[in-house]
Write a protein that binds this ligand. Structure first.
Ligand SMILES: [Zn+2]
Length: 155
């Protein structure tokens, strides 16, 4: 059974553009951002024409954002769409670059006593969905849709 599975074409695709999944398996997934070369402000996600902090229009530089952060604020979600297990924790995580990331937490109890503000977190990725697609050669392949989460960091 394992041999059968390994011959199948599988690909990973990030659920959102700024989550990068390096093709080299020794490299960890990361969040892509941009850095202003004038004032060092960092931004998550899509590129922009200029820096909204210092108004420089120098091209922003691609950066790999830290996979460590701290819990800024959260809500415990008790109701969601069908198929999404509740309760879960929706949070805003502060990265050391001064960027805030909205995401869900995993490996935590949805209990305010276990969720101190400022708690250290680290980014992890999980396959959240799979779908079958035909590639350019007409072969069926399985696309793993990968999302990022943050979980408590114990070091
Ligand atoms: Zn700037």
């Amino acid at each position: 059974m394992a041999a059968e599975g390994s011959s199948e074409l599988r690909k990973q695709r990030p659920i959102i553009e700024f989550l990068r999944l390096p093709s080299d398996p020794s490299e960890k997934p990361y969040l892509a951002g941009y850095r202003c070369q004038v004032c060092n402000a960092h931004y998550l996600g899509e590129n922009r024409v200029g820096c909204s902090k210092c108004t420089s229009t120098e091209p922003l530089q691609d950066v790999r954002l830290s996979d460590r952060g701290s819990l800024y604020v959260y809500s415990i979600i008790h109701q969601s769409v069908p198929g999404v297990p509740v309760p879960y924790v929706s949070a805003i995580v502060d990265l050391p670059e001064g960027v805030s990331v909205r995401c869900n937490l995993i490996d935590v109890e949805p209990d305010p006593a276990k969720l101190p503000f400022g708690m250290p977190l680290e980014m992890v990725t999980r396959t959240v969905r799979e779908r079958r697609e035909k590639n350019a050669e007409g072969a069926e392949e399985t696309i793993e849709i990968v999302a990022f989460f943050f979980k408590p960091s114990h070091n």
